[in-house]
Design a protein around this ligand. Structure first.
Ligand code: DCP
Ligand code: MG
Ligand code: MG
Length: 720
């Protein structure tokens, strides 16, 4: 046990409340200490982790040469944060640039107007925390709440928690709390509980440091409120554990504490409180519910009354993908004065937006973008006090949402935004595939069983044509079927969090599969009517009418698969079965129908971004379909090509490149009602940048550059 005695000092506490006239003059007689019993019995552990000097650390990450030197981050005329080297010279968050330069002349100032990189780093540390707990809630860019209750429970049942050691500074430490914390009683139990939580929190912070390169500080306690309040007590790179004993609660939440110091009571609520003459939490405790309800609704009153007593039951809400994603620029430094400049800036913003979306997709998987909007705000510079031309209309916004564009980014296909109704298109194609099957397999009964199974599954994001992906040189003498290739593709895709389905014919799901290509297959248009060409040489009668139904999605793992050494076909098959991403098609059927149908069905049922990974050009079994325009369009949007290679002869170590279809049209598009545009933007410096750098790009270079898309909507009066 540490002999260090941690004492709450007045320096750690927020400033005392202002002594402004306060109509609510009575203060409560029972402070937060009354909540101690309830809080000590709560079996909950929450960590509030806050990055140290976040933007400044981000700048150090992307400019490693700044490490160890004083760094400030500027927005407008203020230095919004600085690293701790600069803070040692007295630089404070929010100092003006001028003041900062006086305090620390050698400081390097970085422009922090563009938050894109900070957002990316934020996502990285969020991902690390999310590995430790399923309940991680974002709070701005540099903070997270992590619910560690489950993890603490697990650890306390897995070991004698008497061995748990507090990690960080503790209030009260065991010595200060006498025997309460070390021995029995609620305080002791809570102390031991939080000790486990503090160890996990320390592990998370170390992982963030190691993997992302960020130092952070944290608070650990029984609620979000208490964890957050102590999270910044010791900075940088330290953590504080708060055991809610009566003494500690009274010190943390003294009567004089201004209401705005309580997390959860924001600026607007503080102002309303002030109207009622409530400035301190003592006054908030004393005021009646009825009086508070003059300014707040009943549930807010209840929450505020609890918060000022240190009680907070708010759960840590797992943050999923953010609901919106945006890129913006205030142009305050360099106002736009021509259409050329506006266009160049829009291109840049569209690129930033796409980068952000891609980053979110990596964390949360691809998802539809139901609407895109463009907001333009003209600021009357005369009114805002800065130089520059005044906009004709003062301030107004241009914003329009697209109600019908219920499509994923991936479905901005060759015909882009003007395309027809996706639902009916997919339903039509599904019918076509079913027709194809029925024509060949009289009753199509095995296929119907597959359809039934499929409908019961959530839609898949990715469907892999296993036979195609597995082969190198599929149609040539000497070609070989490689299980490792399929596995490399699956690993790559599953890393993105996508729901992956691997469709394989049973001829590959056995130890003695014939993996070589010995002769070029005969590919005639009439083969569709020749059942003998459809499937495998496997003559098993399992799928004949009247025979036992095949199991979906695959047969149980066999003993041989279980015993198979790593790297062998059976070991891969076992791995795919364990990952539950495999579906086996009936032996007599053509696997192409199955992966195509799985993709169409997934798209119809919501995975509008679904991709089929296959290099198949779909000219044989689909010969009737390739003549269909809807199918060609669908193929253009949903087929991801794959290339697999190995730098050595070691095929087990292959690398994978996936090439999804272009997300944009190479032709500018306009919607039927002329209210929306959609056009490709080459990823090259803007015209203005080219001119100022003295290197205008030749047209050829622009045409061959990679493109991103840009979409814009015309404003309508109804939207204003
Ligand atoms: N920030 C901002 N405007 C402010 C305050 C902060 O844009 N008025 C930005 C810059 C910070 C980031 O938000 O880097 C996180 O805010 P914090 O209050 O957590 O401050 P820091 O992380 O910079 O420093 P600390 O080490 O005190 O947490
Ligand atoms: Mg911070
Ligand atoms: Mg913060």
């Amino acid at each position: 046990m540490s002999a260090r005695r941690n004492v709450l000092t007045s320096q750690m506490l927020p400033n005392p409340a202002p002594t402004a006239a306060a109509p609510v003059s009575t203060v409560s007689t029972v402070g937060a200490s009354g909540s101690a019993g309830e809080l000590l019995r709560a079996r909950r552990c929450v960590a509030a982790i806050d990055m140290d000097c976040f933007y400044a650390q981000c700048e150090e990450l992307r400019h490693p040469e700044l490490k160890g030197r004083p760094v400030g981050v500027q927005q407008k005329a203020l230095v919004i944060t600085s690293n701790y080297t600069a803070r040692a010279c007295g630089v404070q968050k929010g100092d003006s640039l001028q003041v900062v330069k006086e305090k620390c002349p050698e400081i390097t100032i970085c422009n922090g107007e563009d938050l894109t990189f900070y957002g990316q780093v934020s996502q990285q540390f969020f991902d690390v925390a999310a590995r430790f707990s399923s309940k991680v809630e974002k709070l701005g860019l540099d903070e997270v709440f992590v619910d560690l209750t489950e993890q603490v429970e697990e650890r306390s049942s897995a070991r004698d928690d008497g061995g748990a050691k507090m990690s960080g500074l503790v209030y009260p430490d065991a010595e200060a709390a006498g025997t309460d914390c070390e021995d029995g009683g609620d305080a002791g139990a809570c102390w031991r509980y939080l000790a486990l939580g503090s160890m996990i929190c320390q592990e998370i912070r170390e992982a963030i440091q190691l993997e992302v390169g960020l130092s952070s500080s944290a608070g650990v306690s029984v609620s979000k409120l208490l964890a957050k309040m102590v999270s910044s007590w010791k900075k940088p790179s330290q953590q504080t554990v708060f055991v809610p004993t009566a003494d500690c609660l009274d010190s943390l939440l003294p009567e004089s504490l201004p209401v705005q110091k309580i997390p959860g009571i924001g600026f607007a609520s503080t102002q309303r409180c002030q109207v009622l003459g409530i400035h301190s939490i003592g006054q908030l405790r004393a005021v009646s519910h009825e009086r508070l309800q003059e300014a707040f609704d009943a549930s807010t009153v209840k929450t505020m009354k609890a918060l000022c007593l240190g009680l907070d039951e708010a759960p840590v809400k797992a943050s999923g993908a953010p609901k919106t994603c945006s890129a913006e620029d205030s142009f305050w430094q360099k106002p736009l004065s021509s259409n050329e400049e506006a266009k160049a800036s829009l291109e840049l913003l569209a690129q930033k937006l796409l980068t952000k979306i891609r980053m979110l997709e990596r964390s949360f998987g691809p998802r539809p973008v139901p609407s895109l909007s463009l907001t333009v705000r003209h600021v009357d510079r005369a009114a805002s006090g800065s130089a520059g031309p005044a906009a004709p209309d003062g301030v107004y916004r241009t914003k329009r949402r697209d109600p019908v564009a219920d499509r994923s980014l991936g479905s901005w296909g060759k015909e882009g935004a003007t395309e027809g109704d996706g639902d009916s298109e997919e339903a039509l194609l599904e019918r076509m595939v079913t027709r194809l099957v029925i024509d060949v397999r009289d009753s199509g009964k095995p296929f119907r069983r597959f359809k039934k199974w499929l409908e019961e599954q959530p839609p898949f994001d990715i469907v892999i044509d296993g036979a195609n992906v597995g082969f190198n040189n599929q149609n040539r003498e000497g070609g070989l079927f490689q299980y490792s290739q399929i596995d490399a593709v699956i690993d790559k895709l599953r890393e993105t969090g996508s729901r992956v389905l691997l469709v394989l014919h049973p001829k590959w799901l056995r130890e003695d599969a014939d993996r070589t290509v010995t002769k070029r297959k005969k590919r005639n248009l009439d083969q569709i009517n020749l059942e003998g060409n459809m499937g495998s040489s496997d003559d098993s009668a399992e799928d004949q009418e009247g025979e036992p139904e095949i199991q979906y999605p695959f047969d149980p793992i066999t003993c041989a698969e279980r015993a198979a050494p790593a790297g062998t076909p059976l070991a891969y098959i076992r791995k795919w079965k364990e990952a539950e991403c495999l579906v086996r098609v009936p032996a007599k059927d053509c696997d192409d129908w199955y992966w195509l149908f799985a993709a169409l069905s997934s798209a119809r049922r919501g995975a509008r971004h679904v991709q089929v990974v296959s290099n198949d050009h779909m000219r044989d079994h689909h010969w009737r379909m390739v003549g269909h325009r809807a199918f060609l369009k669908w193929q253009g949007r949903h087929m991801t090509r794959v290339s697999i290679w190995s730098e050595t002869s070691d095929v087990e170590n292959c690398k994978v490149t996936l090439t999804p279809p272009d997300m944009y049209s190479m032709q500018a598009q306009v919607s039927e009602d002329s209210s929306a545009w959609h056009f490709p933007v080459p990823l090259v410096p803007s015209r203005a940048q080219q001119l100022s750098s003295g290197r205008p790009l030749p047209r050829k270079e622009i045409e061959s550059a990679e493109c991103h898309w840009l979409a814009a909507w015309r404003d309508t009066p109804a939207d204003r």
